[in-house]
Design a protein around this ligand. Sequence first.
Ligand SMILES: NC(=O)c1ccc[n+]([C@@H]2O[C@H](COP(=O)([O-])OP(=O)(O)OC[C@H]3O[C@@H](n4cnc5c(N)ncnc54)[C@H](OP(=O)(O)O)[C@@H]3O)[C@@H](O)[C@H]2O)c1
Length: 328
Amino acid sequence: MRAFVVSEEGDTLSMGVREVEAVASDANDILVSVDYSGVNFKDAMVAASKSRVRRVSSLVGGVDAAGTVMHSTDAALPEGTRVAVHGGTLGVARDGGFAQSIYSPANYITALPDSISTRVAMIIGTAGFTAMESLLALEDRGLEAGSEVLVTGATGGVGSHAVALLAANGYRPVASTGSPTASAWLFERGAVRVIGRDEVADNPGRVMASETWAGAIDCVGGDTLAQILRSLRYGGAVAACGLVGSVELSTTVYPFITRSVALLGIDSVEATRSTRVRVWSALGAVATRIDFEALVDREVDLEELTPALDDIRQGKTRGRILVNPTPG
Ligand SMILES: NC(=O)c1ccc[n+]([C@@H]2O[C@H](COP(=O)([O-])OP(=O)(O)OC[C@H]3O[C@@H](n4cnc5c(N)ncnc54)[C@H](OP(=O)(O)O)[C@@H]3O)[C@@H](O)[C@H]2O)c1
């Protein structure tokens, strides 16, 4: 089969399309024929020189895939099931979804709801899954219907899905972006306001900022997350899912002990099977109310992946890059 392989030998990083065999790591691995994959920020980190995310010297890239089960010993995922495949070590330490087929443990495979095609599943991908996981975490914490919710990194994969999902579920998303020319696009996705990256919080000289956000979905981390914490309303919460700005976090305990706010950690990679079913089911319930095609930055084939990875690394994309391993 054709696959996009990332290899590093010594100081030499190489990547490109190769003919390789799909290989099972375990007799219970499930074989999935891949219709689509998608490009994530993590894929760009895997395809970087001396990557601290990639854990092997050579692998098929791609943390996401969607397609049809071709061979399975798992009663819950019989042959012919349409599925999304993501998480675990896929595309990080074992072969991933930039290929025409993939073997995966059952834990990382979820049957798709009828309302979600394999194409839409990969427009959603890990990014949209993480956005919905974040929204469910905010709701579990008590987010009130119709609340204003901040989304940072709003034009990215997670951010743009967060804006669309919040709007489709009756909330009022406020999009924070460093891409001022994307305002009209963000309003079309459902944002009620678009603000700059530096407008997340006021009162820069004081410990606490004004109570502004009932909730937030943060893709950026670092000072952005610190600013969100000091500007949450009483009892509010932030779902922290990203690190494009920084992995550091410098804050005080005041937001927690004077406003009872919550910092909710979001991880999609090791999400349990029941969490995956819950999140994909929630995505399925809202799917007919979202124009997912409008979230596609562009569709690429395996040959076009190298520049696509560069673009996502440099923050040049808007929404999602869809990957078709067998075009035409
Ligand atoms: N927790 C999980 O399980 C999980 C799952 C998926 C992704 N993630 C993480 O979530 C983050 C977003 O992923 P993604 O796939 O949406 O990435 P993406 O498509 O590259 O989007 C990131 C967005 O963040 C903004 N941005 C980029 N560089 C920035 C900087 N230096 N400072 C502030 N904002 C910056 C840009 O949006 P604007 O121009 O609109 O500001 C960019 O479009 C990444 O850190 C990724 O690793 C985590």
